[in-house]
Design a protein. Structure first.
Length: 250
C-alpha cells in the first residue's frame, strides 16, 4: 500500500501548498482520501482523473472536501471518468454540496458521485481496501477517522479530532498512523484538535509503527511540531510533506 501526500496544511494553504488530501493506492486502485484546496491539481501529477477508484472524506469542513467540486466539473462536463464514482463520507453536507452546482434544479453532482453515508462502526470494501470508520471528536460536524487495510498492511488516519481513546482503538498496531497535529505545546489547546505531542501520545498508546504529522497550522514551525512529537513517541516520526510518497507496511 502506498500513501501520497497531496496536501497537508491545516485550515488554509500556504503559498504553493494545499490543505489536507491524500492518495492511497494498492494493486491499481486509488482512493482519494480528503480533498482539500489544491489537492485535485496535485492528484493529477500522480494518476489520471478517470483512475480515481473512490472518494473518502472525513468530515464536512471545507479544508477537507472543497476540491471535489472541480473534480466534478472535470468528470461531468469534461468526460474524464465514468459517472457514479463511489463517494463515502459522514452525513451532513453532501446535499448542500450538490446545490452548489445544480443544473436547472437537477442534481448533476449526484450523477457524477454515488454518495454513500458512513457512521461509526461501518465497514466497507473499496477494491482491495478494507475500510473501517471511527467517530472522532471534532466540532460542529460529524467527523470520522479511518482504518484502512490492504495487502497485510494497516494505515490509520484521524482526519480532524481532539484527544480521544477512539484514536488509540482505531490505530491499534497500525503500520502507520497519520494524525492531525494542528497545535504545539505553546498553543491554546482546544478539545477538537490535537497538538503534535498529543498525537504522539496517542500513537504510543496504540503501539503504531510510524507516525506522520499532518494538518499543522501554517503559522507554526513544523520543526517544533516534529521535536515535540519525537519527545513523546519512541518510533519514527515524520511530517507529512506535500508531494511525498511512502510505502505502508512491507
Amino acid at each position: 500500500m502506498e500513501l501520497t501526500i497531496l496536501g497537508s496544511s491545516g485550515t488554509w494553504p500556504p503559498p504553493g501548498g494545499a490543505t489536507c488530501g491524500y492518495l492511497v493506492s494498492h494493486e491499481g486502485a486509488h482512493v482519494w482520501l480528503d480533498a482539500g484546496t489544491g489537492t485535485f491539481a496535485n492528484l493529477q501529477k500522480h494518476i489520471a482523473i478517470s483512475d480515481i477508484t473512490a472518494v473518502l472524506i472525513t468530515h464536512g469542513h471545507p479544508d477537507h472536501f472543497v476540491d471535489v467540486i472541480p473534480a466534478f466539473y472535470a468528470r461531468h462536463y469534461g468526460g474524464l471518468g465514468d459517472p457514479h464514482l463511489p463517494f463515502y463520507s459522514p452525513e451532513g453536507f453532501t446535499n448542500v454540496l450538490s446545490l452548489l452546482v445544480s443544473e436547472d434544479g437537477g442534481d448533476v453532482m449526484g450523477e457524477t458521485y454515488d454518495f454513500r453515508t458512513l457512521v461509526d462502526g461501518d465497514r466497507v470494501q473499496i477494491g482491495p481496501f478494507d475500510v473501517r470508520a471511527f467517530e472522532m471528536q471534532h466540532v460542529g460536524v460529524s467527523a470520522l477517522g479511518y482504518r484502512i487495510e490492504a495487502g497485510g498492511s494497516v494505515f490509520a488516519y484521524t482526519g480532524d479530532t481532539g484527544p480521544s481513546e477512539t484514536v488509540v482503538e482505531m490505530a491499534r498496531g497500525a503500520d502507520v498512523l497519520m494524525a492531525e497535529a494542528s497545535y504545539q505545546d505553546s498553543s491554546n489547546l482546544l478539545p477538537f484538535h490535537l497538538s503534535a505531542r498529543q498525537a504522539a501520545e496517542h500513537a504510543k498508546r496504540a503501539g503504531v509503527g510510524r507516525l506522520l504529522l499532518t494538518h499543522i497550522v501554517p503559522t507554526l514551525d513544523p520543526s517544533i511540531s516534529l521535536a515535540e512529537a519525537r519527545s513523546a513517541f519512541d518510533g519514527p516520526v515524520e511530517i507529512a510533506e506535500q508531494g511525498m510518497t511512502t510505502v505502508i507496511g512491507s
